[in-house]
Design a protein around this ligand. Structure first.
Ligand SMILES: *Cc1c(COP(=O)(O)O)cnc(C)c1O
Length: 300
C-alpha cells in the first residue's frame, strides 16, 4: 500500500509563558478532506479498494454539520465512488438545502437518508440492515472511528512530533486520541479535549489503544456541540494574533482550554506542548449562518 509523503508544518504559537506551544496544521492536508479525517479514512478506503468490490459504495453516518460527512463525500467525488450519508434528523429532509455542509456533500455526489434521532441512536441495527441492502458497501461508523482509522492516525506522528512532552487533540468519537495514544513515544503524555457528548467514549478509546498514557478533560465550554460567544471571540483573536484559523466545535474549544490550562500552571515549566489542528474549517460557514440568525457575533 502506498503511503503519500505529506509534510505537515508545525508552527509555534508565541505566547510568552514558561511553556512552549506549537500547533500541527493537519487542517492544511487537503482542501476538502481536512485534518484527522484524511488519515481516518485512508486505510479504510485502501483496504476496501483492494478487495475490488463489484458495486463500490461508501456509507457513513453523521449530523448536519459533520466534518466526517463532508470528508467522505469528497473522497467519493475524487475516487468516483458512490456515497450515501445517513443523516441525523428527519426534519432535514425538507431543509438540507439551507445547510452548507450538506449542500457541498450533495455537490460531491453524496445521496442522503434522513433518519430520526431514535433510529440514529440505533446505528448498530441500521448498519446490519444497510449491509444486507448493499452487500458490497464499505460502511464506516460515525466520525470514521474504527480500528483501521486508528491505524491511519499513526501518520499524524513522525520525527517532528517526537520531542514534545504533551500531545493535545480535540475528542469527538475518540479514534484520533486512541491513535495518538497508541503510536506516540513512551514518555509523551496525551490530553484529549472532550467537546461532544458520548457516553461510550471512554470504553471505546480504551479498546482502541493499548496504552494508558492519556487524560481526558472536558472542553464543552458552555455546552457540547454548542457555539459559545466567548469562544467565538477567542477564535477571532487567535486568528488575528497568530494567523491560524480555528472553528467553534473542536479546535477552537481545545485551544481556549489549553490557554486556560497554561494560565493555571497545569503544565510544568519548560514543557513543550503540541496541539493537533484537526481541521473542520468547513463548519465555519454553517456556524456563521446559525450565529447570524441569532444576531450573535460571527467568526471572521
Ligand atoms: C472529527 C473531528 C475531531 C474528533 O476526532 P475523533 O477521532 O472523532 O475523536 C476533532 N477535530 C475535528 C476538527 C474533527 O472534525
Amino acid at each position: 500500500m502506498k503511503i503519500p509523503e505529506i509534510h505537515i508544518p508545525i508552527v509555534e504559537i508565541p505566547i510568552e509563558k514558561n511553556v512552549k506551544l506549537f500547533i500541527k496544521r493537519e487542517d492544511l492536508i487537503h482542501p476538502q478532506i481536512s485534518g484527522n479525517k484524511y488519515w481516518k479514512i485512508f486505510y479504510n478506503l485502501n483496504y476496501y479498494l483492494e478487495s475490488s468490490p463489484e458495486k463500490p459504495i461508501i456509507i457513513t453516518f453523521g449530523g448536519a454539520y459533520s466534518n466526517h460527512i463532508s470528508a467522505v463525500s469528497a473522497v467519493g467525488n475524487i475516487f468516483s465512488i458512490q456515497t450515501l450519508g445517513i443523516i441525523r434528523g428527519e426534519e432535514l429532509e425538507k431543509k438540507w438545502i439551507d445547510n452548507p455542509t450538506l449542500v457541498t456533500a450533495k455537490r460531491n455526489g453524496m445521496n442522503f437518508r434522513f433518519v430520526t434521532r431514535d433510529d440514529y441512536r440505533n446505528k448498530q441495527k441500521m448498519t446490519e440492515l444497510l449491509q444486507i441492502e448493499f452487500p458490497d458497501a464499505l460502511i464506516i461508523p460515525e466520525g470514521g472511528t474504527n480500528a483501521k482509522a486508528v491505524e491511519g492516525v499513526k501518520m499524524m506522528l513522525n520525527n517532528d512530533t517526537k520531542d514534545f512532552d504533551y500531545l493535545c487533540t480535540a475528542v469527538g468519537t475518540g479514534g484520533t486520541i486512541a491513535g495518538i495514544s497508541h503510536f506516540c513515544e513512551g514518555n509523551q503524555k496525551v490530553i484529549g479535549f472532550k467537546v461532544v457528548e458520548d457516553t461510550s467514549l471512554e470504553n471505546r478509546i480504551s479498546e482502541l489503544t493499548s496504552k494508558r498514557n492519556y487524560h481526558l478533560t472536558d472542553a464543552a465550554l458552555g455546552g457540547y456541540g454548542k457555539i459559545n460567544d466567548d469562544n467565538v471571540r477567542f477564535i477571532n483573536d487567535f486568528k488575528m494574533k497568530y494567523d491560524v484559523p480555528l472553528e467553534p466545535v473542536y479546535t477552537g474549544k481545545m485551544m481556549q482550554k489549553v490557554f486556560e490550562m497554561i494560565d493555571d500552571n497545569y503544565f510544568p515549566a519548560e514543557s513543550k506542548i503540541l496541539c493537533f489542528h484537526t481541521g473542520g474549517l468547513q463548519g465555519i460557514e454553517g456556524a456563521n449562518m446559525l450565529l447570524e440568525k441569532q444576531n450573535r457575533n460571527l467568526i471572521r
